[in-house]
Design a binder for this molecule. Structure first.
Ligand code: SF4
Ligand code: SF4
Length: 178
């Protein structure tokens, strides 16, 4: 009989000890955030989704070179002089950015791409809730030039280069003749 009562006490005591943390937390205010109804205020400079203000991108490719996981892909076409323009920072824009993709599924949020950007047009946003059911939806496209316009720009650049090459050859020939 004594052993029987001892076993009951042991079982009761074990539950009490096992639930010690639970009991204690019953009297401590909850710290769990009921996401998505509630959200933490994230600290300044938190690293989140990237954004590119493509109008200010000069196509220098420094961000692409800085990226350790090669998740930035940029395609450029040289702009002819009459198509050159200025970014809002005053930098000359000498290229048409025909492709500027960032694969956010590969991005490790190191922030290294934003540091060398001369116009500060690539930066981290406060957005971190952009999950997607398809991984390809995580490739963000920032270029604005429509694909059907690309052959025209390529042709323009090719003709300009040919004209420049012809001018140089003519100039060299004139110098040689003198
Ligand atoms: S944050 Fe890092 S990994 Fe992501 S795109 Fe920039 S350089 Fe690449
Ligand atoms: S570093 Fe900045 S300006 Fe240069 S290609 Fe990247 S986003 Fe564009």
């Amino acid at each position: 009989m004594r052993q029987y009562l001892l076993n009951i006490w042991n079982a009761f005591w074990t539950v009490l000890v096992g639930m010690r943390l639970t009991w204690r937390h019953l009297f401590i205010p909850a710290v769990t955030v009921q996401y998505p109804d509630e959200r933490w205020t994230l600290p300044p400079n938190s690293r989140m989704q990237l954004f590119v203000n493509i109008d200010d991108c000069i196509g220098c490719r420094q961000c692409e070179r800085a990226c350790p996981v090669e998740c930035i892909t940029i395609d450029l076409i040289k702009a002819v002089p009459e198509d050159e323009r200025e970014a809002s920072t005053g930098h000359k824009v000498r290229f048409h950015v025909t492709k500027f993709d960032i694969d956010m599924a590969k991005c490790c949020y190191c922030n290294l791409c934003t540091i060398p950007c001369p116009t500060e047009c690539i930066y981290m946003t406060p957005s971190y809730e952009d999950a997607a059911p398809d991984r390809f939806d995580l490739i963000y496209h920032f270029a604005k030039i429509p694909p059907e316009k690309i052959p025209e720009l390529e042709e323009k650049a090719r003709r300009f280069e040919e004209e420049e090459a012809a001018k140089k050859t003519k100039k060299k020939a004139a110098v040689a003749a003198n």
